[in-house]
Design a protein around this ligand. Sequence first.
Ligand SMILES: Cc1cc2nc3c(=O)[nH]c(=O)nc-3n(C[C@H](O)[C@H](O)[C@H](O)COP(=O)(O)OP(=O)(O)OC[C@H]3O[C@@H](n4cnc5c(N)ncnc54)[C@H](O)[C@@H]3O)c2cc1C
Length: 413
Amino acid sequence: MKSYDIVVIGGGPAGASAALFLEKKGYRIALLDQAVFPRDKVCGEFISPAADEIFSELGVLESIEALNPTRLSGVALSAYEGSYFQVDYPDTVDGRTMTSLSVERSTLDGLMINKVRNSSIQLMEGFKVTDLLFDGGNVCGVKGHDKTKTKFSIKANIVIDGGGRNSISLRRLNLRRSSPGKGKIALAAHWQGVKGLESYCYMHISHPGYTGIAPVGHNRANVVLVVDRNYLIGVNFEKFYMTTVLGNSLRKRILGGGAPVEKIRSVDSLAYSVKKTRCGGLLLVGDATGFIDPFTGEGIYLSLRSSQLAVGVVQNAFDKSDFSSRQLQSYDLIRKKEFRKKNILSKVLQCLIYKPYLCNRVVATLAAQKELSSLLVGVIGDYHPANKVVCFKYLMRLLGGMLSHRQSSFLPN
Ligand SMILES: Cc1cc2nc3c(=O)[nH]c(=O)nc-3n(C[C@H](O)[C@H](O)[C@H](O)COP(=O)(O)OP(=O)(O)OC[C@H]3O[C@@H](n4cnc5c(N)ncnc54)[C@H](O)[C@@H]3O)c2cc1C
């Protein structure tokens, strides 16, 4: 049976970055993905500005920049066609101007896998992991089959599962817990001929859900609609998507000239949380650690960052030759500590966007108070700390703004 120091499941942002970070530390790594790259993935495709630094550390930023990718200056957000703000990303504390990449996933993930391909990592495409191997209570490898259905088993000191929302660990160890937003479904497609977009990520909240629209270059845009799954019972997905997307006058204005150039794709049961892993030899990264909602568009950054956080913990485990759950548990603690306030913010936003009156008032206040909206997109952009927004002071300033005057709506022309 083949054996490696580390087996990584999944070549998405989480798995690829985990493998690349750990390869730099000198470990022998195999990365397995059931897909053959380039492969596509339903995603809003706007990437937090803070991800640039991680891409740079991984050595993939240069190849992304070589494509002359679309870069967005900030966020434009409307609520129920009654209020609107457009705000640029604020500068970093050391005065750097920030922008966010907007790159199609087939391209982005393909570039990351190319980096893996050109490293000492053993890349195994078309290899599906169907189960984990156990030694006592600890994971000690994986097994599965390749494209020709030939079976394989691989041993490893540590398995890093970056298999995303349907990862084998979540299913095998029954770790997945659904969350309050479990009834949501996302419908997505790339559109062509979209000429009304500037360099912003457009979020439009309206009944019966919201859309995220990201220009990805050459009059092409990615349009994701998130709604309650109940709206789709017995209806034609394509028809529903088109009617709902274009039923909002602001969206119609910016997308009007364009049309989808692919079949509408869907992702069901968007939100879930994940129970603590009780066995050693296993670490989860990226979406395999849970997912709240794509509204803030942070999934790719959080996936990269979760892998970055795993590196020190993996190194410690190898230094001590101890791969027990006790040794690895610090990873959960570090990750939870870093992401706790971001998660609170995501949950608060989830509650807000489905309350039209309140949502309108908040958006109107953010439109009137640029400092508050700027802070919010800096936090959502993952380079300002979440406690700048998830705090009493911010809440009071927002409430003060909402109560002091009724802002009129300034919709874009
Ligand atoms: C509708 C929607 C919109 C989103 N919009 C945004 C956005 O605008 N910006 C943003 O940053 N994030 C967004 N996200 C989140 C983002 O897509 C995810 O957070 C990100 O893809 C997670 O990366 P990952 O590497 O953990 O998983 P994935 O990208 O899902 O990669 C997992 C990989 O594992 C492989 N795999 C799975 N199981 C196995 C197995 N058993 N054996 C072998 N291989 C396996 C898969 O083939 C896949 O390649 C969105 C998500 C959704 C659902």
